[in-house]
Design a binder for this molecule. Structure first.
Ligand SMILES: Cc1ncc(COP(=O)(O)O)c(C=O)c1O
Length: 402
Protein backbone atom coordinates (compact mmCIF):
# COMPACT_ATOMS: atom_id res chain seq x y z
CA UNK A 1 0.00 0.00 0.00
CA UNK A 2 1.49 3.34 -1.04
CA UNK A 3 0.38 5.84 1.60
CA UNK A 4 1.92 8.81 -0.16
CA UNK A 5 -0.07 8.04 -3.29
CA UNK A 6 -3.23 7.69 -1.21
CA UNK A 7 -2.58 10.99 0.57
CA UNK A 8 -2.33 12.71 -2.81
CA UNK A 9 -5.89 11.58 -3.50
CA UNK A 10 -7.28 13.33 -0.42
CA UNK A 11 -7.65 17.09 -1.11
CA UNK A 12 -8.18 17.91 2.59
CA UNK A 13 -4.61 16.86 3.34
CA UNK A 14 -3.20 19.19 0.69
CA UNK A 15 -5.41 22.05 1.87
CA UNK A 16 -4.53 21.60 5.54
CA UNK A 17 -0.79 21.05 5.49
CA UNK A 18 -0.42 22.30 9.07
CA UNK A 19 -2.93 19.83 10.47
CA UNK A 20 -3.07 16.18 11.41
CA UNK A 21 -6.41 14.42 11.25
CA UNK A 22 -6.86 11.83 13.98
CA UNK A 23 -10.67 11.85 14.20
CA UNK A 24 -11.54 9.27 11.59
CA UNK A 25 -14.06 7.45 13.76
CA UNK A 26 -16.15 10.64 13.68
CA UNK A 27 -15.93 10.92 9.91
CA UNK A 28 -13.34 10.02 7.30
CA UNK A 29 -11.77 12.42 4.82
CA UNK A 30 -13.01 12.13 1.25
CA UNK A 31 -10.99 11.11 -1.79
CA UNK A 32 -11.06 13.33 -4.87
CA UNK A 33 -12.97 10.69 -6.87
CA UNK A 34 -15.88 10.91 -4.41
CA UNK A 35 -15.97 14.71 -4.48
CA UNK A 36 -15.72 14.76 -8.29
CA UNK A 37 -18.55 12.27 -8.64
CA UNK A 38 -20.86 14.35 -6.45
CA UNK A 39 -20.05 17.37 -8.55
CA UNK A 40 -20.63 15.28 -11.72
CA UNK A 41 -24.15 14.48 -10.54
CA UNK A 42 -25.05 18.17 -10.37
CA UNK A 43 -23.19 19.22 -13.50
CA UNK A 44 -24.21 16.32 -15.76
CA UNK A 45 -27.11 14.31 -14.35
CA UNK A 46 -29.18 16.57 -12.14
CA UNK A 47 -32.61 14.92 -12.33
CA UNK A 48 -34.78 13.18 -9.77
CA UNK A 49 -35.05 9.46 -10.48
CA UNK A 50 -38.76 9.44 -9.74
CA UNK A 51 -38.86 10.67 -13.32
CA UNK A 52 -37.96 7.88 -15.75
CA UNK A 53 -39.96 9.18 -18.71
CA UNK A 54 -37.03 9.82 -21.04
CA UNK A 55 -34.02 7.68 -21.94
CA UNK A 56 -31.81 10.23 -20.22
CA UNK A 57 -33.77 9.94 -16.97
CA UNK A 58 -33.86 6.19 -17.22
CA UNK A 59 -30.09 6.13 -17.66
CA UNK A 60 -29.66 8.16 -14.47
CA UNK A 61 -31.97 5.73 -12.68
CA UNK A 62 -29.80 2.86 -13.93
CA UNK A 63 -26.69 4.63 -12.59
CA UNK A 64 -28.24 4.80 -9.13
CA UNK A 65 -29.15 1.13 -9.26
CA UNK A 66 -25.60 0.33 -10.38
CA UNK A 67 -24.33 2.27 -7.35
CA UNK A 68 -26.64 0.25 -5.12
CA UNK A 69 -25.12 -2.92 -6.56
CA UNK A 70 -21.55 -1.74 -5.86
CA UNK A 71 -22.42 -0.59 -2.34
CA UNK A 72 -24.16 -3.90 -1.54
CA UNK A 73 -20.83 -5.62 -2.19
CA UNK A 74 -19.42 -4.42 1.14
CA UNK A 75 -21.77 -6.74 2.99
CA UNK A 76 -21.98 -9.33 0.24
CA UNK A 77 -25.74 -8.97 -0.23
CA UNK A 78 -28.11 -8.55 -3.11
CA UNK A 79 -28.94 -4.91 -3.99
CA UNK A 80 -32.59 -5.83 -3.51
CA UNK A 81 -31.96 -6.05 0.22
CA UNK A 82 -30.56 -2.59 0.92
CA UNK A 83 -32.51 0.62 1.19
CA UNK A 84 -30.86 4.02 1.35
CA UNK A 85 -31.38 6.15 4.44
CA UNK A 86 -29.64 9.28 5.68
CA UNK A 87 -27.22 7.29 7.84
CA UNK A 88 -26.91 4.78 10.66
CA UNK A 89 -29.00 6.91 13.03
CA UNK A 90 -31.96 6.95 10.68
CA UNK A 91 -31.37 3.28 9.88
CA UNK A 92 -31.53 2.19 13.51
CA UNK A 93 -34.53 4.45 14.12
CA UNK A 94 -36.26 2.84 11.15
CA UNK A 95 -35.57 -0.68 12.44
CA UNK A 96 -36.63 0.08 16.03
CA UNK A 97 -39.80 1.76 14.73
CA UNK A 98 -40.59 -1.13 12.39
CA UNK A 99 -39.95 -3.81 15.01
CA UNK A 100 -41.84 -1.91 17.72
CA UNK A 101 -45.00 -2.18 15.67
CA UNK A 102 -44.23 -5.75 14.65
CA UNK A 103 -43.34 -7.29 18.00
CA UNK A 104 -44.73 -4.72 20.44
CA UNK A 105 -43.59 -5.82 23.93
CA UNK A 106 -40.42 -7.62 22.84
CA UNK A 107 -37.40 -7.62 25.10
CA UNK A 108 -34.37 -6.01 23.47
CA UNK A 109 -30.86 -6.93 24.56
CA UNK A 110 -28.40 -4.01 24.41
CA UNK A 111 -24.93 -3.43 25.87
CA UNK A 112 -22.79 -0.66 27.31
CA UNK A 113 -20.54 -0.28 24.24
CA UNK A 114 -23.33 1.05 22.04
CA UNK A 115 -23.33 4.44 20.36
CA UNK A 116 -26.36 6.62 21.24
CA UNK A 117 -27.77 5.75 17.80
CA UNK A 118 -28.17 2.13 18.87
CA UNK A 119 -29.63 2.98 22.27
CA UNK A 120 -31.99 5.88 21.88
CA UNK A 121 -34.24 4.49 19.10
CA UNK A 122 -34.94 1.50 21.38
CA UNK A 123 -35.40 3.72 24.46
CA UNK A 124 -37.74 5.94 22.45
CA UNK A 125 -39.95 3.05 21.42
CA UNK A 126 -39.93 1.84 25.02
CA UNK A 127 -41.24 5.26 26.05
CA UNK A 128 -43.94 4.82 23.40
CA UNK A 129 -45.08 1.72 25.28
CA UNK A 130 -43.34 -0.92 23.17
CA UNK A 131 -40.09 -2.71 24.09
CA UNK A 132 -38.59 -3.85 27.36
CA UNK A 133 -34.86 -3.27 27.53
CA UNK A 134 -32.22 -5.46 29.11
CA UNK A 135 -28.43 -5.10 29.09
CA UNK A 136 -25.77 -7.74 28.53
CA UNK A 137 -24.22 -8.58 31.86
CA UNK A 138 -20.69 -7.62 30.87
CA UNK A 139 -19.03 -8.45 34.16
CA UNK A 140 -15.58 -7.22 33.14
CA UNK A 141 -15.69 -9.02 29.78
CA UNK A 142 -17.58 -8.38 26.59
CA UNK A 143 -17.45 -11.29 24.23
CA UNK A 144 -19.53 -13.97 22.58
CA UNK A 145 -19.85 -15.83 25.86
CA UNK A 146 -21.26 -12.90 27.84
CA UNK A 147 -23.73 -12.10 25.07
CA UNK A 148 -24.91 -15.70 24.86
CA UNK A 149 -25.16 -15.99 28.64
CA UNK A 150 -27.38 -12.91 28.79
CA UNK A 151 -30.00 -14.41 26.48
CA UNK A 152 -33.15 -15.58 28.26
CA UNK A 153 -36.44 -17.01 27.03
CA UNK A 154 -37.72 -13.43 26.90
CA UNK A 155 -35.01 -12.12 24.56
CA UNK A 156 -36.60 -11.25 21.22
CA UNK A 157 -34.16 -8.74 19.70
CA UNK A 158 -30.40 -8.36 20.03
CA UNK A 159 -29.02 -5.04 18.80
CA UNK A 160 -25.26 -4.99 18.76
CA UNK A 161 -22.44 -2.93 17.38
CA UNK A 162 -19.89 -4.93 15.39
CA UNK A 163 -17.16 -2.49 16.39
CA UNK A 164 -17.06 0.10 19.14
CA UNK A 165 -16.37 3.70 18.07
CA UNK A 166 -14.55 4.22 21.36
CA UNK A 167 -12.89 1.07 22.58
CA UNK A 168 -11.98 -0.26 19.13
CA UNK A 169 -13.06 -3.81 19.90
CA UNK A 170 -14.81 -5.74 17.15
CA UNK A 171 -16.79 -8.94 16.81
CA UNK A 172 -14.99 -10.63 13.95
CA UNK A 173 -16.67 -13.95 14.51
CA UNK A 174 -20.11 -12.33 14.19
CA UNK A 175 -21.19 -15.15 11.91
CA UNK A 176 -20.58 -17.83 14.55
CA UNK A 177 -22.18 -15.63 17.19
CA UNK A 178 -25.33 -15.11 15.11
CA UNK A 179 -25.59 -18.83 14.35
CA UNK A 180 -25.23 -19.60 18.05
CA UNK A 181 -27.94 -17.08 18.92
CA UNK A 182 -30.30 -18.58 16.35
CA UNK A 183 -29.58 -22.05 17.72
CA UNK A 184 -30.77 -20.91 21.14
CA UNK A 185 -33.90 -19.43 19.59
CA UNK A 186 -34.30 -19.04 15.86
CA UNK A 187 -36.87 -16.30 16.39
CA UNK A 188 -34.41 -13.89 18.00
CA UNK A 189 -33.99 -10.92 15.68
CA UNK A 190 -30.38 -9.82 15.19
CA UNK A 191 -29.64 -6.17 14.40
CA UNK A 192 -26.01 -5.25 13.71
CA UNK A 193 -24.61 -1.75 13.73
CA UNK A 194 -21.71 -2.01 11.28
CA UNK A 195 -21.03 1.74 11.13
CA UNK A 196 -17.48 1.55 12.45
CA UNK A 197 -16.75 -2.00 11.39
CA UNK A 198 -17.15 -1.40 7.66
CA UNK A 199 -14.47 1.29 7.63
CA UNK A 200 -11.93 -1.44 8.31
CA UNK A 201 -13.48 -4.79 7.42
CA UNK A 202 -16.23 -5.96 5.13
CA UNK A 203 -18.96 -8.48 5.89
CA UNK A 204 -19.30 -11.68 3.95
CA UNK A 205 -21.56 -13.93 5.99
CA UNK A 206 -25.16 -12.81 6.23
CA UNK A 207 -26.95 -16.05 6.91
CA UNK A 208 -28.33 -15.42 10.42
CA UNK A 209 -28.40 -11.62 10.41
CA UNK A 210 -31.74 -9.84 10.16
CA UNK A 211 -30.66 -6.20 9.84
CA UNK A 212 -27.41 -4.26 9.28
CA UNK A 213 -26.90 -0.50 9.23
CA UNK A 214 -24.05 1.82 8.29
CA UNK A 215 -23.20 5.39 7.23
CA UNK A 216 -21.25 6.24 4.07
CA UNK A 217 -19.28 9.07 5.66
CA UNK A 218 -17.41 6.68 7.97
CA UNK A 219 -16.15 4.80 4.90
CA UNK A 220 -14.71 7.65 2.79
CA UNK A 221 -18.15 8.36 1.31
CA UNK A 222 -20.34 11.48 1.57
CA UNK A 223 -22.38 12.73 4.49
CA UNK A 224 -26.14 12.23 4.49
CA UNK A 225 -26.42 8.70 3.18
CA UNK A 226 -26.26 5.21 4.59
CA UNK A 227 -28.11 1.94 4.21
CA UNK A 228 -30.22 -0.59 6.01
CA UNK A 229 -29.89 -4.22 5.02
CA UNK A 230 -33.11 -6.15 5.59
CA UNK A 231 -33.25 -9.90 5.33
CA UNK A 232 -35.88 -10.67 2.70
CA UNK A 233 -38.89 -11.41 4.92
CA UNK A 234 -38.55 -8.17 6.84
CA UNK A 235 -39.25 -6.11 3.74
CA UNK A 236 -42.88 -7.17 3.89
CA UNK A 237 -43.17 -7.53 7.65
CA UNK A 238 -42.18 -4.12 9.03
CA UNK A 239 -43.58 -0.64 8.59
CA UNK A 240 -41.46 2.02 6.93
CA UNK A 241 -40.38 5.17 8.74
CA UNK A 242 -40.86 7.61 5.84
CA UNK A 243 -44.19 7.99 4.06
CA UNK A 244 -44.61 9.89 0.80
CA UNK A 245 -43.71 9.81 -2.87
CA UNK A 246 -41.81 6.92 -4.34
CA UNK A 247 -42.77 4.33 -1.72
CA UNK A 248 -46.44 3.74 -2.57
CA UNK A 249 -48.14 1.67 -5.22
CA UNK A 250 -51.76 2.80 -4.69
CA UNK A 251 -53.40 5.74 -2.94
CA UNK A 252 -57.18 6.14 -2.56
CA UNK A 253 -59.11 8.61 -0.40
CA UNK A 254 -59.07 6.13 2.49
CA UNK A 255 -55.95 4.05 2.21
CA UNK A 256 -52.62 3.45 0.51
CA UNK A 257 -50.50 0.47 -0.34
CA UNK A 258 -46.72 0.61 -0.07
CA UNK A 259 -44.49 -1.24 -2.53
CA UNK A 260 -43.56 -4.72 -1.51
CA UNK A 261 -39.88 -4.23 -2.17
CA UNK A 262 -37.05 -2.08 -0.88
CA UNK A 263 -38.64 1.08 -2.34
CA UNK A 264 -41.15 0.83 0.51
CA UNK A 265 -38.46 2.30 2.79
CA UNK A 266 -37.26 5.00 0.40
CA UNK A 267 -40.11 7.52 0.61
CA UNK A 268 -39.22 11.01 -0.63
CA UNK A 269 -36.38 12.24 -2.78
CA UNK A 270 -33.17 10.35 -2.20
CA UNK A 271 -29.64 11.80 -1.85
CA UNK A 272 -28.73 10.79 -5.39
CA UNK A 273 -25.44 12.69 -5.67
CA UNK A 274 -24.31 11.11 -2.41
CA UNK A 275 -25.29 7.62 -3.50
CA UNK A 276 -23.16 7.77 -6.63
CA UNK A 277 -20.42 9.47 -4.62
CA UNK A 278 -20.50 6.56 -2.18
CA UNK A 279 -20.06 4.13 -5.05
CA UNK A 280 -16.75 5.85 -5.85
CA UNK A 281 -15.65 5.46 -2.23
CA UNK A 282 -16.18 1.71 -2.50
CA UNK A 283 -14.16 1.63 -5.73
CA UNK A 284 -11.44 3.64 -3.98
CA UNK A 285 -11.25 1.07 -1.14
CA UNK A 286 -11.37 -1.78 -3.63
CA UNK A 287 -8.46 -0.32 -5.58
CA UNK A 288 -6.33 -0.38 -2.41
CA UNK A 289 -7.68 -3.68 -1.11
CA UNK A 290 -9.50 -3.94 2.21
CA UNK A 291 -6.98 -6.50 3.47
CA UNK A 292 -4.11 -4.08 2.83
CA UNK A 293 -6.00 -1.39 4.69
CA UNK A 294 -6.55 -3.61 7.74
CA UNK A 295 -2.89 -4.66 7.79
CA UNK A 296 -1.65 -1.10 7.48
CA UNK A 297 -4.00 0.25 10.16
CA UNK A 298 -3.04 -2.57 12.46
CA UNK A 299 0.67 -1.71 12.11
CA UNK A 300 -0.09 1.96 12.62
CA UNK A 301 -1.96 1.30 15.86
CA UNK A 302 0.86 -0.92 17.15
CA UNK A 303 3.37 1.83 16.38
CA UNK A 304 1.18 4.43 18.08
CA UNK A 305 0.79 2.32 21.22
CA UNK A 306 4.48 1.39 21.39
CA UNK A 307 5.61 4.96 21.03
CA UNK A 308 3.05 6.59 23.36
CA UNK A 309 3.52 3.91 26.03
CA UNK A 310 6.98 5.32 26.65
CA UNK A 311 5.46 8.62 27.84
CA UNK A 312 5.33 8.31 31.61
CA UNK A 313 2.07 10.10 32.32
CA UNK A 314 0.05 8.78 29.43
CA UNK A 315 -2.50 6.08 30.27
CA UNK A 316 -3.75 4.11 27.27
CA UNK A 317 -6.94 2.14 27.93
CA UNK A 318 -7.25 -0.06 24.84
CA UNK A 319 -3.74 -0.93 23.57
CA UNK A 320 -4.72 -4.33 22.20
CA UNK A 321 -8.08 -3.86 20.50
CA UNK A 322 -8.06 -4.50 16.73
CA UNK A 323 -9.42 -1.20 15.38
CA UNK A 324 -7.04 1.76 14.93
CA UNK A 325 -8.72 3.73 17.71
CA UNK A 326 -6.72 4.67 20.79
CA UNK A 327 -8.19 6.22 23.93
CA UNK A 328 -6.01 7.71 26.63
CA UNK A 329 -5.59 10.32 29.32
CA UNK A 330 -2.66 12.38 30.44
CA UNK A 331 -2.59 11.78 34.19
CA UNK A 332 -4.14 14.64 36.16
CA UNK A 333 -5.22 16.60 33.06
CA UNK A 334 -8.81 17.00 31.95
CA UNK A 335 -9.28 15.18 28.63
CA UNK A 336 -11.17 18.00 26.99
CA UNK A 337 -8.50 20.51 27.93
CA UNK A 338 -5.83 18.16 26.64
CA UNK A 339 -7.59 17.55 23.32
CA UNK A 340 -8.17 21.29 22.85
CA UNK A 341 -4.50 21.93 23.59
CA UNK A 342 -3.52 19.32 20.99
CA UNK A 343 -5.83 21.25 18.67
CA UNK A 344 -3.69 24.33 19.17
CA UNK A 345 -0.79 22.26 17.81
CA UNK A 346 -2.78 21.31 14.71
CA UNK A 347 -3.73 17.84 15.92
CA UNK A 348 -7.41 17.08 15.46
CA UNK A 349 -8.65 14.43 17.86
CA UNK A 350 -11.62 14.14 20.16
CA UNK A 351 -12.39 14.01 23.87
CA UNK A 352 -15.38 12.92 25.92
CA UNK A 353 -17.26 9.66 25.58
CA UNK A 354 -17.78 10.05 21.82
CA UNK A 355 -21.55 9.41 21.95
CA UNK A 356 -21.09 6.06 23.68
CA UNK A 357 -21.98 7.41 27.09
CA UNK A 358 -22.55 4.06 28.81
CA UNK A 359 -18.97 3.04 28.16
CA UNK A 360 -18.06 4.81 31.38
CA UNK A 361 -19.69 1.85 33.19
CA UNK A 362 -17.05 -0.40 31.64
CA UNK A 363 -13.97 1.80 31.60
CA UNK A 364 -14.75 3.58 34.87
CA UNK A 365 -13.59 6.82 33.23
CA UNK A 366 -15.72 9.88 32.70
CA UNK A 367 -13.63 11.33 29.93
CA UNK A 368 -10.69 10.52 27.66
CA UNK A 369 -8.93 11.62 24.49
CA UNK A 370 -9.60 9.57 21.37
CA UNK A 371 -7.26 9.34 18.39
CA UNK A 372 -8.77 7.33 15.55
CA UNK A 373 -6.48 6.54 12.63
CA UNK A 374 -7.11 5.69 9.02
CA UNK A 375 -5.34 4.51 5.90
CA UNK A 376 -3.93 7.95 5.05
CA UNK A 377 -2.33 8.53 8.48
CA UNK A 378 1.39 7.98 8.82
CA UNK A 379 4.06 7.08 11.35
CA UNK A 380 5.43 10.57 10.80
CA UNK A 381 2.19 12.06 12.08
CA UNK A 382 2.34 9.80 15.12
CA UNK A 383 5.94 10.93 15.70
CA UNK A 384 4.76 14.54 15.65
CA UNK A 385 2.03 13.79 18.21
CA UNK A 386 4.63 12.03 20.35
CA UNK A 387 6.97 15.01 20.21
CA UNK A 388 4.18 17.43 21.10
CA UNK A 389 3.02 15.36 24.09
CA UNK A 390 6.57 14.76 25.23
CA UNK A 391 7.16 18.52 25.46
CA UNK A 392 3.90 19.13 27.29
CA UNK A 393 4.17 20.95 30.64
CA UNK A 394 1.35 20.73 33.19
CA UNK A 395 -0.97 23.74 33.08
CA UNK A 396 0.10 24.61 29.53
CA UNK A 397 -3.27 23.46 28.19
CA UNK A 398 -5.13 26.11 30.21
CA UNK A 399 -2.77 28.96 29.24
CA UNK A 400 -2.82 28.00 25.56
CA UNK A 401 -6.58 27.69 25.29
CA UNK A 402 -7.49 30.86 27.20
C1 LIG B 1 -20.88 2.67 16.11
C2 LIG B 1 -21.68 3.82 15.59
N1 LIG B 1 -22.98 3.66 15.33
C3 LIG B 1 -23.74 4.66 14.83
C4 LIG B 1 -23.21 5.89 14.59
C5 LIG B 1 -24.09 6.99 14.05
O1 LIG B 1 -23.70 7.34 12.76
P1 LIG B 1 -24.37 8.60 12.02
O2 LIG B 1 -24.13 9.78 12.92
O3 LIG B 1 -23.63 8.69 10.74
O4 LIG B 1 -25.82 8.31 11.86
C6 LIG B 1 -21.85 6.12 14.85
C7 LIG B 1 -21.25 7.44 14.64
O5 LIG B 1 -20.24 7.78 15.23
C8 LIG B 1 -21.07 5.05 15.35
O6 LIG B 1 -19.77 5.21 15.59
Amino acid sequence: MNVNQIRKQIPWIKNNKDKIYFDNAATTLKPKCVINKISYYYTHLGINIHNTDSTFCFDVYKKIEMARKTIAKIINCSPENICFVSGATEGLTMIAHGLAHYCKKAEVLLNDFEHASNLLPWYHEKQNGFFKIKFVNINGQFNKKTIIESITKNTKIIALTLASNVYGNSIDDYSKLCTQIKKINKKIIIVLDATQYLAHKWINQLRDIDFIVCSAHKIFGPLGVGFVYLKKDWITKIQPLRYGGGMNEIITKTKFQPYNNIQKFEGGTMPLAEIIGWQEAIKFIDSIGIKNIIDYEHKLKKYFVKKMSTIKNLEIYNPNTPLPIIIFNYKGVNAQDFASWLGTKGIICRSGLSCAKLIKNILKKENFVRCSLSLYNTKKEIDYLYKVIKRYKKGEEIRKIL
